[in-house]
Design a protein around this ligand. Structure first.
Ligand code: SIN
Length: 296
């Protein structure tokens, strides 16, 4: 019996049924999941009961895995002891120390680690403990964010890059080793093309990363702010987003090359523990789509 694919919205997202991730998946199942992922950008697989080894095993069927990022706001590494590839996202404090990153605060719209020259292609997030309310995660479709722009704006973006801030976490905390940005033209972080060709689907997406401290080199700060505000508003408007309310045992995998995400805050008296892996990516690039000649 193969998997079945159930779209979750008109925007993006599909639930995959008929799969138990505690088993090693055969190649056909992995290919079918991959194909559904490329079509729907974000996949949900519910009701799983897996350990870190199985999470790493499943994630690595889709590419090599990054180590957990260093340089969180507390300056530490947020991986588990046994698996360097697992990043712990949690508000839980044990023995006076946070067991993971991001706490209970709102995490603003972003693409994971987009300040890297080669940001991760994708992320896989598995829920171990969730609060009774809050902590929902939303996603937006960056293909549609591009496709719904006026033609003249699309054309203008072809030659532009943006700086992706390296100083702040997605909850706004200053990363260890960085100083607060005073002048956005000097923001530390990678410069990526604003239009991004997806290396697998070859579709064009907007690639914005994160809003705070972003800057478009070559424009005045005022022009850059106005352009970025317009692009962010278009990308994250309600009709371009889908929100997931977590249950324990949910696994979500998203494609960072064509989707951004954000998380709602939640009550810090409740516990939320998620384990995340990141699939290694490559340097973002833009290749204009080939124009098919029309018949004379
Ligand atoms: C993340 O930004 O990777 C975390 C999302 C979440 O905690 O739901």
């Amino acid at each position: 019996m193969g998997i079945t694919v159930h779209p979750l919205s008109d925007v993006l997202g599909a639930e995959i049924k008929g799969v138990d991730l505690s088993n090693i998946l055969d190649d056909v199942t992995v290919r079918d999941i991959h194909d559904a992922w490329m079509e729907h950008l974000v996949l949900l697989i519910r009701g799983q009961s897996i350990d870190d080894r199985q999470l790493v095993e499943f994630s690595s069927r889709f590419g090599s895995l990054d180590g957990a990022p260093i340089g969180s706001e507390r300056g530490g590494k947020v991986s588990t002891d046994e698996h360097n590839e697992i990043t712990v996202i949690s508000n839980v404090i044990e023995d006076g120390q946070p067991i993971g990153g991001l706490g209970n605060l709102e995490s603003d719209w972003h693409t994971d680690m987009s300040s890297y020259d080669e940001p991760p292609a994708a992320s896989v997030l598995y829920s171990l403990e969730i609060p009774p309310t809050g902590g929902d995660t939303s996603f937006c479709n960056m293909y549609r964010a591009y496709e719904t722009l006026p033609r003249e704006v699309q054309a203008k973006l072809q030659d532009l890059k943006a700086i992706h801030d390296a100083t702040l976490t997605s909850t706004g905390g200053l990363r260890h080793g960085f100083e607060a940005v005073k002048d956005v033209t000097q923001t530390p972080g990678a410069r990526h093309p604003i239009l991004r060709t997806h290396p697998e689907t070859e579709r064009t997406a907007l690639f914005l990363g994160r809003r705070t401290n972003a800057y478009v080199p070559g424009l005045s700060v005022e022009e850059s702010e106005a352009l970025l505000d317009m692009l962010w508003e278009n990308s994250t408007k309600a009709e371009n987003t889908w929100t997931h309310t977590w249950q324990v045992g949910d696994l979500i995998m998203w494609d960072n090359r064509c989707a951004m995400h954000r998380r709602d805050p939640f009550d810090n008296a409740a516990r939320r523990i998620m384990h995340r892996t990141q699939i290694t990516g490559d340097q973002p690039f833009y290749k204009p789509p080939e124009v098919t000649p029309t018949a004379a």
